[in-house]
Design a protein around this ligand. Structure first.
Ligand SMILES: [Zn+2]
Length: 220
């Protein structure tokens, strides 16, 4: 028996995007010197989908079995998910201004929608809430992307792209939907990036105060 493999570092799944497709884009994110990628393996992809509520545990089990039977299919699905993610990142970061990013995304969404046949169902969850689900009958691997694709499609159809932003943290690549009433959300989270920015502003202010007279009109 060989030595046990190194444990795979589980990226912390962060759900701060307010939309499923933006959380999906954030599965590949850099914050400071830390880069996380939840799509390093097919199993990690399934775990993320489960954590996101986009895949119930029963179907996840079926998919794990299928991945063992069809490893090439699982690998192809992972490659496809990463490709879709890259296109959705372009949409999130530039879609509002760049027509090209929008049309590329629409083509990608249509490609995936066109390859997945299935049925829609309403399912009563354990907590009593009701969710709309998609049960693929064709290519079950591609079907995994459907909830993500639907979420991105909703943003386009509802004209919500102007609300999609990238975190203002200089070393953070997370994206999110700004759901605040005044459209003033700037950070992926207040405890991380928001706090660092506040501390940096404070440092700059106190350093400035040592050099020059304190301004009487502090914007904060
Ligand atoms: Zn951030």
């Amino acid at each position: 028996m060989s030595a046990s493999p190194l444990p795979i570092a589980r990226p912390p799944f962060a759900f701060i995007g307010e939309r499923l497709w933006l959380d999906f884009v954030n599965t590949d994110a850099t914050r400071g010197k830390v880069r996380t990628d939840a799509l390093l393996s097919f199993d990690s992809y399934l775990r993320w989908l489960e954590a996101a509520g986009a895949l119930d545990s029963e179907r996840a089990m079926t998919m794990r079995r299928r991945a063992l039977e069809q490893p090439a299919g699982a690998t192809a699905a992972l490659v496809e998910a990463r490709r879709t993610r890259a296109i959705l990142r372009q949409l999130a970061e530039r879609g509002f201004r760049a027509e090209r990013a929008r049309s590329d995304a629409v083509a990608e969404l249509n490609r995936i929608l066109g390859r997945s046949a299935g049925t829609r169902r309403l399912e009563i969850r354990r907590d009593g809430s009701i969710a709309r689900t998609f049960v693929p009958v064709g290519d079950a691997f591609t079907g995994l992307l459907i909830p993500i694709v639907e979420s991105a499609a909703d943003t386009l159809v509802l004209d919500e792209l102007p609300r999609v932003r990238r975190c203002a943290g200089s070393d953070c690549s997370r994206v999110f939907h700004d759901a605040t009433r005044n459209g003033a959300r700037r950070w992926c989270d207040m405890s991380g990036c928001g706090n660092r920015a506040k501390a940096a502003r404070h440092r700059a202010r106190t350093a400035g105060a040592r050099r020059e007279p304190v301004s009487s009109s502090d914007p904060d």
